[in-house]
Design a binder for this molecule. Structure first.
Ligand SMILES: Nc1ncnc2c1ncn2[C@@H]1O[C@H](COP(=O)(O)OP(=O)(O)OP(=O)(O)O)[C@@H](O)[C@H]1O
Ligand SMILES: [Mg+2]
Length: 711
């Protein structure tokens, strides 16, 4: 067989292979759905078999209504408001609490910042005894225990840092029940490795004092999840040992596959499942073209932070590598932005220090790698910037989702340039579906006309919801024109064909370099980054593909011919390329968001923000948002309560008892200074007014006198 015949057959085989892979993907999705339905049906069947109550008229079992009235309603409302200072439940919270209070196992999938903690903390307080909470990270546990202590809720933690005395106290509380311990946090290692702890827990359960078990960040159980922790695999033992204790497993993201896995691993096949939307309506998503000059990117980031967040509002900048983190942090600092880097190469203490300074609002920006992840509990992160694209939509959803956990307006900005794609692809190509996942987020970045939020709904297989203008595309739709670039594509294919015939390979940058002269003749207007993007698009369209070669130090990505290259070469496949014809000016882009002033940037909100920071810094470990949430600050700034009773009606008994006097004092001071200002300006205005009046009167007088004279 001649080599071109072999090549032709090879190309055909590759096209067929791709088709087969697409079909496998479809079948796997279908399998997922069937597994899901199977477990639902099994659960319903078991429920029907177990139900002792005769079903009325032989009809189907009644649907469980978790939003109805329950005997604990009044007490739950009281704790919610007077202890947690939360004025109303968010979506699904009440139902989840009711299911857990009814003794059911519950699986909760709720977006970051949705308020999952309340779903297990509130029942833990209402039920008799001690609740056990398993959480993966020390920093998360410390934040939670500190937050609960600030609310006066007896909570402790049993981790590698717990001293002997504290451990003794906790063990005694579990064994004898003679100390007040409502919530006990442990790391999963305690369950899998400490026999002593398990035996104490057994005693606590035996005495009927183990009220609830909660598994926070439950996705860590599943190998299919994004953050698998081996010790989470053993948590199934809890349900085996304590079958009658309700379990609440909570996580922010779990695909259907992960959900099924969790139910199996935790032994909660009959759990009530609450899946909330992935939508984060308060997040504004945007993508910006990234300059090829590093300094320009830094200047753009700095200008954005300065322009939109001049009052030191907190943010995160995610970078691709540790080296890049250090560089970006330094350059931002040089420009005058308070920024520090955070990555896995630093020792634990240094990382902790940076994290704590940022949590307390003493540092504006953390520049981190993906290592800055799950432990972030700060609710008022106002912006998350990606200096380079993430490796998948899921990773981007999680990283950007660290913004606005308090529900207030926050922004997620991603800097995209095509040349960043090969850097990521050479890292992810060995992962299962790694390249496909990366190409999905590349589509998100390059899209000129599709709502950014819609991309998340499609990715998580959720029905579309309105974006309400909360992404750059919906907020300021651009005029997009589609160009036929089939001739460009055919030149690219022929260049690569020649290269391959000479047994050579090209990286994307080398390819674009070669194309510069060839395509310039055809299209002198085409810019370099558009040429790069065209190559990327041809990879997404399977006309080209990436291949990887390992060297001692790195993995290089090369661009080669893909399964559909031949069709393009033969003119059988048209290639379209979207370009914005009406690109908004830079100032136009930024000014679109300028109306959104920060909440705590001036006036009374600023004063109350300073007060919460002052109170927090006077109490070791207490974080400002535990004193007053940003939402509470905005409510107080509008209502301006002047008595403890009114204040209590807004932030509850507990916070009023602790900080009420200081808050009222701050509001009063502010109001007095406002009145003074008003008086002064009224005087000034009054003076002006008088002067004007006199002037007028003078005129009048003149007229009057004239009148008089006339008389
Ligand atoms: N009903 C509510 N009304 C107002 N604020 C609430 C409500 N429920 C929870 N919050 C606040 O929302 C913030 C986020 O809550 P929480 O830490 O429980 O989120 P989460 O769902 O666990 O998020 P993550 O997945 O990031 O851990 C907290 O500041 C919490 O006090
Ligand atoms: Mg949480």
């Amino acid at each position: 067989m001649a080599s071109d015949e072999i090549l032709e057959e090879l190309l055909n085989v590759e096209v067929e292979l791709q088709d087969v892979q697409d079909q496998i993907k479809l079948l796997l999705d279908q399998q997922d759905k069937l597994y899901q339905r199977q477990s639902e049906l099994k659960a319903v069947l078991e429920q029907c078999n177990e139900s002792t109550e005769p079903v009325e008229n032989g009809g189907p079992a009644p649907v469980e209504d978790w939003s109805g009235s329950f005997e604990w309603d009044a007490e739950a409302d009281n704790v919610r408001f007077n202890v947690f200072g939360i004025s109303k439940y968010r979506a699904n919270q009440r139902e989840i609490i009711n299911a857990a209070m009814s003794g059911r196992d519950v699986l909760v999938i709720m977006a970051a910042g949705g308020g999952k903690s309340l779903c297990y903390q509130l029942p833990a307080i209402l039920r008799n005894g001690t609740a056990l909470v398993v959480s993966p990270l020390l920093s998360l546990i410390q934040d939670q225990v500190m937050g609960l202590a600030a609310l006066g809720i007896p909570a402790s933690m049993l981790t590698s840092t717990t001293n002997k005395e504290e451990e003794k106290y906790i063990y005694k509380a579990l064994e004898k029940g003679d100390a007040d311990l409502k919530i006990l946090y442990v790391t999963p290692e305690k369950i899998s490795k400490s026999k002593r702890f398990m035996s104490k827990l057994e005693k606590c359960h035996h005495a009927g004092r183990l009220s609830l078990i909660s598994i926070d960040e439950a996705h860590c159980c599943s190998q299919w999840g994004h953050d698998f922790r081996p010790d989470y695999k053993n948590l199934g033992i809890l349900k085996t040992q304590f079958p009658d204790v309700p379990m609440i497993a909570v996580t922010a993201t779990a695909t259907k596959k992960v959900q099924i896995d969790l139910m199996e691993m935790l032994h909660i096949p009959r759990c009530v499942k609450f899946v909330s939307t992935v939508n984060r309506p308060n997040l504004f998503y945007m993508v910006r073209e990234k300059s090829s000059i590093g300094k320009v990117v830094i200047n753009d980031i700095a200008a954005y932070i300065r322009g939109s967040y001049p009052k030191n509002e907190s943010g995160i900048v995610y970078c691709f590598s540790r080296k890049e983190c250090e560089l970006v942090a330094k350059e931002l600092r040089d420009i005058g932005i308070s920024a520090e880097y955070y990555h896995a190469d630093m020792d634990v203490n240094a990382r902790e220090k940076v994290h704590l300074r940022w949590s307390k609002g003493k540092l504006q920006v953390i520049v981190g790698t993906v290592a800055f992840g799950m432990g972030i509990n700060k609710p008022d992160v106002r912006f998350v910037i990606h200096h380079s694209l993430s490796k998948s939509m899921e990773t981007y959803y999680q990283e950007s989702g660290r913004a606005g956990r308090d529900g207030l307006h926050s922004e997620c900005l991603l800097f995209y340039r095509p040349a960043d794609v090969p850097r990521q692809s050479s890292m992810v190509f060995y992962e299962n579906c790694g390249l496909q996942n990366l190409y999905d987020i590349v589509r998100y970045c390059w899209s000129k006309s599709q709502c950014r939020r819609g991309a998340f709904f499609r990715h998580f297989a959720e029905p579309l919801q309105n974006c309400n203008g909360m992404c750059d595309i919906c907020a300021s739709p651009r005029e997009v024109k589609e160009y036929d670039v089939s001739s460009h594509a055919s030149i690219i294919v022929s260049v690569l064909q020649d290269t391959q015939n000479n047994d050579q390979r090209l990286t994307m940058l080398q390819l674009v370099e070669k194309l510069k002269t060839k395509i310039k003749d055809l299209d002198p207007e085409l810019k370099r980054d558009e040429m790069e993007q065209l190559v990327i698009q041809l990879i997404l369209d399977r006309v080209l593909k990436e291949e990887f070669q390992h060297t001692a130090y790195s993995t290089n990505a090369y661009v080669t011919l893909g399964p559909l290259a031949k069709q393009v070469a033969q003119g059988k496949k048209a290639i379209k390329f979207e370009i914005c014809t009406q690109q908004k000016s830079r100032s136009g882009q930024w000014s679109a968001r300028c109306g959104k002033r920060s909440l705590t940037s001036s006036g009374l909100p600023l004063k109350l923000d300073e007060l919460r920071k002052e109170i927090a810094s006077a109490h070791e470990g207490l974080l400002p948002h535990s004193v007053l949430s940003t939402q509470q600050i905005s409510m107080l700034s509008v209502e301006k309560p002047d008595t403890l009773e009114k204040l209590e009606g807004m932030i509850g008994k507990l916070k009023t008892g602790k900080y009420g006097a200081k808050i009222l004092d701050e509001i009063k001071k502010y109001m007095d200074s406002e009145h003074q200002c008003q008086d002064t300006s009224a005087n000034e205005q009054g003076g002006e007014h008088m002067a004007k009046k006199q002037k007028t009167r003078k005129t009048l007088v003149v007229i009057d006198s004239d009148d008089e004279d006339d008389k």
